[in-house]
Ligand binder design. Structure first.
Ligand code: C5P
Length: 208
């Protein structure tokens, strides 16, 4: 049988990373956080003094991306969030990162989380989850995450930045954030990590 691919897409701070990581551990599959590819690309552009919205700068950075870039410890937080969603709107960046994602899943299967896994990267994946939560709940979670790391933007600032990033991710021409036609939507607004995992596992078992 073909290696199992599980696509986990959705907006920021909906709980998809935690969920995807737990599914992968439970099922014994490799896990890839594809947001890291866009974050690391954005970081490379910023380091080189370039503009993350400039197609030539961003595409060159994506083409030069090295696996070690994904281990950097400055890939989280507002500057990396914004740079990632800017480079992610550029077609040259997306095509430069596509092969890496496909190869990652091909040999042994994988759980991948992102924005376009079920629509573009693995449109044939047998299991597609679209993980969402209300904007208020997502802003609250991201705010708590940042506070735990010692960063202190206000809840209103976090909500505004998240809304801007959601708008950019949903409105772009290439691979916009949207559920695949055959994705199952899981709203985690009222679920803790344990309940979300249990719900996701039931969906996976029913589809695989
Ligand atoms: O998931 P995460 O918040 O780390 O993603 C950071 C940014 O990378 C997103 O806002 C989005 O613009 C971009 N992204 C994407 N496609 C993916 C994963 C992330 O466009 N598959």
């Amino acid at each position: 049988s073909r290696p199992l691919i599980i696509a986990v897409d959705g907006p920021a701070a909906a709980g998809k990373g935690t969920l995807a990581r737990r599914l992968a551990a439970h099922l014994g599959l490799p896990y890839l956080d594809t947001g890291l590819l866009y974050r690391a690309t954005g970081r490379r552009v910023l380091d080189a003094g370039g503009d993350p919205a400039n197609p030539a700068d961003a595409t060159a950075a994506a083409e030069a991306l090295h696996p070690a870039d994904l281990q950097r410890d400055d890939l989280r937080g507002p500057p990396a969030d914004a740079a990632a969603s800017q480079v992610a709107a550029i077609p040259g960046v997306r095509s430069a990162l596509l092969d890496f994602q496909r190869r990652f899943g091909q040999a042994h299967g994988a759980v991948l989380d992102g924005r376009d896994i079920g629509t573009v990267v693995f449109p044939e994946a047998p299991v597609k989850l679209f993980v969402t939560a209300s904007p208020e709940e997502r802003a609250r979670r991201r705010h708590a995450e940042l506070a735990a790391r010692g960063a202190a933007p206000s809840l209103a600032e976090v909500a505004a930045e998240m809304a801007a990033r959601d708008a950019r991710d949903s409105a772009r021409d290439v691979a916009p954030l949207r559920p695949a036609a055959d994705a199952v939507t899981l709203d985690t607004s009222a679920l803790d990590a344990e309940a979300a995992f249990a719900a996701a596992l039931r969906i996976v078992e029913s589809l695989r």
